[in-house]
Design a protein around this ligand. Structure first.
Ligand SMILES: NC(=O)c1ccc[n+]([C@@H]2O[C@H](COP(=O)([O-])OP(=O)(O)OC[C@H]3O[C@@H](n4cnc5c(N)ncnc54)[C@H](OP(=O)(O)O)[C@@H]3O)[C@@H](O)[C@H]2O)c1
Length: 305
């Protein structure tokens, strides 16, 4: 059996519970992975809250969690290039992330570099890969200024580092409590709230070339006017607003090549995942509540085994 944190119906956190479910069976092209660590993402509570009702039917109970690291325990039909005992990470194709066992698929998995911890690797399937995809799409050039809205969270702090490594100047909006974190990666911290547009303008004397948004709504709308070419506005948080402004959602690659590339960035020291809170699997509800607060710092991760 596999201890698994699930939600049973759409709504609030009261619908979350632990269940002992059968160990998932890897189908063709899938690997059964004993989970060592799992990243906690806003998408997890959004799915539980029913934000995806329009596109996803509820197949209760629904295991929570979508990015993990762990050790391969069994191979499904047709899986080549991996063996039992391999250390891997990726996005969950079945089973659970907040669970003892998950299924990964060969098209969204990568081998964990030995120097990268399971905790760090667990942040790469969703947060790291989204940051990578966004910076690839926005393609900030050396010397150009990129504004990251929500730079102190899991995706934002990764995106800031990847853009800076390419030579871009990054201005990161975040609450005052995250100034030290944002500046530690070489970005300019700008607190959000009244006057944020003037503060960003002052910090970007050569203008803002692009925005990567992790917050949406007014936080995006008020800063969008600073970008001349609105097609260089990308969001992971609010596709509707970004599209209305002339930009759009980040295009996700969701493949193993991106996962491997992000892993190499961690391995060579370009990208630090900033795991700031680690909870045991038993405290999965507390971990998700922290992310659901909307003000997490860096990444919140569950240590499963
Ligand atoms: N489409 C995709 O594939 C994809 C993938 C990953 C994430 N996402 C989405 O992207 C968003 C961010 O994800 P995440 O994992 O980075 O979330 P997160 O770790 O919770 O970070 C969000 C950050 O935004 C900050 N924030 C809140 N209000 C703000 C404001 N008005 N201005 C600037 N910063 C503000 C928060 O802290 P402070 O308020 O303390 O600064 C927090 O650090 C979520 O909506 C998530 O669902 C989408």
């Amino acid at each position: 059996m596999a201890r698994t944190y699930v939600f049973t119906q759409h709504g609030g956190p009261e619908n979350q519970t632990f269940l002992d479910l059968p160990k998932p069976d890897p189908g063709p092209g899938q690997l059964l992975v004993a989970v060592r660590a799992a990243g906690v993402n806003p998408a997890d509570w959004k799915q539980r809250a029913g934000f995806r009702r329009a596109t996803e039917t509820l197949d209760s109970p629904v295991p929570l969690g979508r990015e993990i690291s762990g050790v391969v325990e069994a191979l499904g039909e047709g899986v080549e290039g991996y063996s039992v005992g391999d250390e891997v990470y990726g996005t969950v194709a079945g089973g659970g992330g907040y669970a003892e066992y998950a299924l990964l698929s060969t098209d969204a998995i990568a081998r964990k570099p030995a120097s990268v911890s399971f905790l760090d690797a667990a942040t790469l399937g969703v947060a790291g890969a989204t940051a990578f995809d966004a910076i690839a799409e926005l393609d900030p050039q050396p010397g150009e200024t990129l504004v990251v809205i929500g730079a102190g969270g899991g995706v934002g702090i990764a995106a800031a580092q990847i853009a800076i490594a390419r030579g871009a100047k990054v201005i990161g909006t975040a609450s005052a409590s995250k100034a030290g974190l944002v500046e530690s990666v070489g970005a300019v911290h700008v607190p959000y709230g009244d006057g944020v547009v003037d503060r960003v303008r002052a910090a970007a004397p050569d203008g803002v070339a692009a925005i990567f948004d992790l917050v949406g709504g007014d936080a995006l709308t008020e800063l969008a006017g600073l970008v001349e070419d609105k097609t260089r506005i990308r969001t992971a948080a609010d596709p509707t607003t970004a599209t209305e402004l002339g930009g759009g959602p980040v295009t996700r690659a969701r493949n193993s090549a991106v996962l491997e590339a992000v892993g190499r960035l961690v391995e060579d020291g370009t990208l630090k995942p900033f795991v700031t809170e680690v909870f045991p699997l038993d405290k999965a509800g507390d971990a998700l509540a922290l992310v659901e607060s909307g003000h997490a710092t860096g990444k919140v991760v569950l240590e499963v085994s």
